[in-house]
Design a protein around this ligand. Sequence first.
Ligand code: 2P0
Length: 318
Amino acid sequence: MATATATVHPNIALVKYWGKRNGPLNLPAVPSLSLTLDTFTTRTTVTWGSEADRAQLDGRPATPGESKRIFDFLDLIDPRRPPCAVTTANDFPTAAGLASSSSGFAALAVAGAAAAGQDLDAQALSVLARQGSGSASRSLWGGFVEWEMGTREDGTDSVGVPVAPKDHWDVAMVVAVVSDAKKAIGSRPAMRLSAETSPYYGTWVKTAAADVEVARAAVLNRDLEALGRVMEQSTHKMHATMTTCTPPVFYAQPGTIACIHAVMALRDSGTSAWLTMDAGPNVKVLCAAADADAVHAALAPHAAVVHRLGPGGAPVLS
Ligand code: 2P0
């Protein structure tokens, strides 16, 4: 019996992953590029060898659906594994568009492989984590990370690649939590609906690689305006494929719209602040660290909570 604990930060996509070319292997239809956050963590302990498969999430027993996802994932590490015990907890709201599945499956990959006695490098862990949740492939590194979509059918080249470390650029990500209620539709069915019913999905897929190219160059050049522009366009294009689904998928709440206008007003008054949104109502704003207090103040009237975050580091195993 061996036990390992991983502490992993979530990442926020600056250029979004939305849509799959292969469902079971979680192979994306588009490449994406993210920023790993500091402060927020998922902490996961895996014990390899237990009397039965048993999982605790945020201090409560996992539901049957959650257990299936967790233990099917551990089967990928070793199909002949013993029963295992898993304890996992997030110190931030789960299922509210704050990327909990990115840190969740990356933490399960890191802790699970270590508990199983497998010495996998970050790229192998990324390929593994991706099969749990696509965005998890990007949480194996700190700072800015690209997820290359790859071309192989077995997915071995659909993997995260570090672009720049966390201390490359002194930026902040200010997160306005408009609502921490569980979302009405998960990102997985929403992605599928976009691919199947949105007339804009084809354009979304066609234009994504160019967006990643622009974003990567902007990160390397520390060009906030270039990165912000392509980041906002990626968000708005992704949400356009959702709102044009049949039936429509609409995550924005009144507070979301108020935050969007607050960010545009900040820009009109000369602050370089740029927004992104995931499959939920919360608004995340990228800015220079020096402007984070001003951005925080502009968002606070419209949000339940505002978090000021920065670039975070790689997973830590203990
Ligand atoms: C992203 N999202 O790039 C995008 C943007 C949400 C919006 O990745 O089906 O939980 O497990 O691969 O990673 C959220 O979806 O989806 C997500 P699966 P995941 O961060």
